[in-house]
Write a protein that binds this ligand. Structure first.
Ligand SMILES: [Mg+2]
Length: 231
């Protein structure tokens, strides 16, 4: 049906990223070591520290480049900039090997193309990594990354950028994502229709705005196209 669009979260909705950025930071640690820096602790402690850093970056506290600068400076490296570039190279080089598209995604996207449904992706992360992840998943539409928008999900400004990209009224756009807080609550706050992708059979948090639809199989996205639009 024309006049409706489907937008997607990327991580754990279209693909599993298998902690790609954590691995990129651990690889960067080797380079830090080689340049005279020093790890802060054991591998377990480094992994925990990296996850905390990435969590803050994904929530919009700072950019991925700033995360890399903080990481290397904390480990005794004075010249951070070469590591910023090196981190991006490492992360992008890992995409083909590490990103795994979820089963059914390719078929679902082909069906949407067949039906001429407009699509876009909105992800908390940085370009071009999110772009490459989307491509690896077989996704061919526009990809918006929070670092480019200047706002991260669930901030409604991130979804407003998505609406502008798709050029349709917000209530004619479905947003499909696995995270109740950032995907469902964020999309609803911006006036989109939200479909919660619940592949693991979890209970939806009682204290959050409920989704308009819940799907357990990504191929069920096709059924959303025929859903009546509520105005
Ligand atoms: Mg996700």
């Amino acid at each position: 049906m024309r006049g409706c669009a489907i937008a997607f979260d990327i991580d754990h909705t279209l693909a599993i990223d298998n902690k790609l950025e954590r691995i990129a930071f651990l690889r960067l640690l080797e380079a830090v070591d080689a340049e005279g820096g020093a790890p802060l602790g054991t591998l377990d402690q480094e992994t925990t520290a990296i996850d905390v850093l990435l969590e803050r970056q994904r929530s919009g506290a700072f950019s991925i480049d700033e995360a890399v600068r903080r990481f290397v400076v904390e480990r005794g490296v004075a010249q951070a900039q070469p590591f910023v570039l090196r981190f991006r190279e490492i992360a992008l080089s890992l995409v083909d090997e590490i990103i795994v598209p979820l089963p059914g995604v390719s078929r679902m996207l082909a069906e949407l193309r067949e039906q001429d449904v407009a699509t876009a992706a909105l992800s908390n992360g940085w370009s071009p990594l999110q772009q490459r992840k989307a491509e690896r998943s077989g996704f061919a539409g526009p990809v918006l990354a929070s670092s480019d928008i200047g706002a991260a999900k669930p901030d409604p400004r991130a979804f407003t950028a998505l609406v502008e990209t798709l050029g349709l009224p917000a209530d004619r756009i479905w947003y499909v994502g696995d995270n109740p807080h950032s995907d469902v609550v964020g999309a609803k706050a911006a006036g989109l229709r939200a479909a919660w992708y619940n592949a693991e059979g979890r209970a939806y948090p009682k204290d959050l705005v409920p989704p308009d639809a819940q799907i357990t199989n990504i191929c069920d996205v096709i059924g959303l196209i025929a859903s009546p639009v509520v105005r």
